[in-house]
Design a protein around this ligand. Structure first.
Ligand code: ATP
Length: 316
């Protein structure tokens, strides 16, 4: 069964098409990274899935029920992007409130401790402070804690790591992994590929309301023309030109150029680099070499059309 499924889902705000005929499927038990630049339609999609807003047309189902159905409320843990906290309530009171609304028992101390809010240092336990005085990072941690209440089958986390320091972001990723090990499906939005890469089974990339790619991070890398660049520094003698000719005829090489005494090779596949290096060595003396993988940022830009040079292969 799919944990999340949309079919031809469209949401318009006046003339703005926030979500455009979206077909998306998140498998039961997977960690799905939902990516896209600002304004791509991620939050709108999540709002439809949670029943916060109605679709203009199309269908969305969550845990087998229509989006927003009260029967799944208790089985879904939500971490919203905006801060939906009550400034006069303490962290502890928030957890108890959510537990009550879901009719579940919760070990409040344990859940707060898990997100790093439960350490009672010198009697000043952040869990007992009103959230109006929380820092941005503390608010994020508390929102995650509220999402964890009741061991939900599906966690929907909207930009959970934005605004967090590296330790906070790492803790969130650890919790995502722990929750997934427990059996939960995690739907995790972000506009930074690097934040979801380490934990996601698959990544879906949104752009202007449409999914432009769905794959593993590895698959996304392979789908982009020129996945890595090999630069081989030769001694500059006559063999360099011959080396360029040999490399150019190799399978998996998309471009060869010369930069000073270096032969620069664009490779379509990981194993092409070694073959290219061997080919250069057969014709020229090699002094050094470097390789460069396409960075996640470049990859993301390639899929969202913000990289003028990049091309992607085939359909998403
Ligand atoms: N309530 C609304 N009224 C009018 N337009 C809206 C509303 N909510 C979203 N939009 C528009 O829909 C589009 C998608 O916005 P959305 O917030 O879903 O994107 P996002 O991918 O979550 O972006 P971000 O990463 O910036 O949060 C944008 O053009 C936005 O201006």
């Amino acid at each position: 069964m799919s944990a999340v499924r949309t079919e031809d889902l469209t949401k318009r705000y006046g003339d703005v098409v926030a979500v455009d005929s979206l077909d998306m499927e998140v498998d039961d038990g997977e960690v799905y990274g939902f990516l896209g630049p600002n304004g791509a339609g991620k939050t709108t999609t999540i709002d439809v899935l949670l029943g916060y807003t109605y679709p203009t047309s199309g269908e969305a189902r969550v845990l087998g029920e229509p989006a927003g159905d009260h029967r799944v409320h208790e089985r879904v843990g939500v971490m919203p992007e905006g801060f939906g906290l009550y400034p006069r309530l303490t962290g502890r009171e928030h957890i108890e409130f959510v537990a009550e609304s879901k009719s579940v028992d919760v070990n409040t101390d344990a859940v707060l401790e898990r997100v790093g809010l439960g350490d009672a240092a010198e009697g000043d336990d952040p869990a007992d402070r009103r959230t109006g005085g929380y820092s941005k990072g503390m608010k994020k941690r508390l929102l995650l804690a509220t999402a964890l209440v009741g061991e939900p089958d599906l966690l929907v986390l909207d930009e959970p790591t934005s605004g967090l320091d590296p330790n906070g972001a790492r803790r969130i990723r650890e919790i995502v992994r722990e929750e997934n090990d427990r059996g939960a499906t995690v739907f995790f939005s972000s506009h930074i590929l690097g934040q979801v890469e380490a934990v996601c089974d698959r990544v879906g990339i949104m752009q202007e309301g449409e999914l432009v790619a769905v794959d593993t991070v590895e698959g996304l890398r392979e789908g982009v023309v020129s996945v890595s660049t090999l630069s081989v520094l030769t001694d500059g003698d006559g063999g360099t030109e011959a080396a360029m000719g040999a490399v150019g005829s190799l399978e998996g090489v998309s471009d060869v150029s010369r930069k000073g005494d270096s032969v620069v090779v664009s490779c379509l596949r990981g194993d092409t680099k070694l073959n290219a290096l061997d080919a250069v060595r057969q014709h020229a003396d090699v002094r050094d070499f470097t390789t460069q993988e396409r960075s996640l940022d470049e990859l993301f830009a390639a899929y969202t059309g913000e990289d003028g040079d990049a091309e992607t292969k085939g359909e998403a």
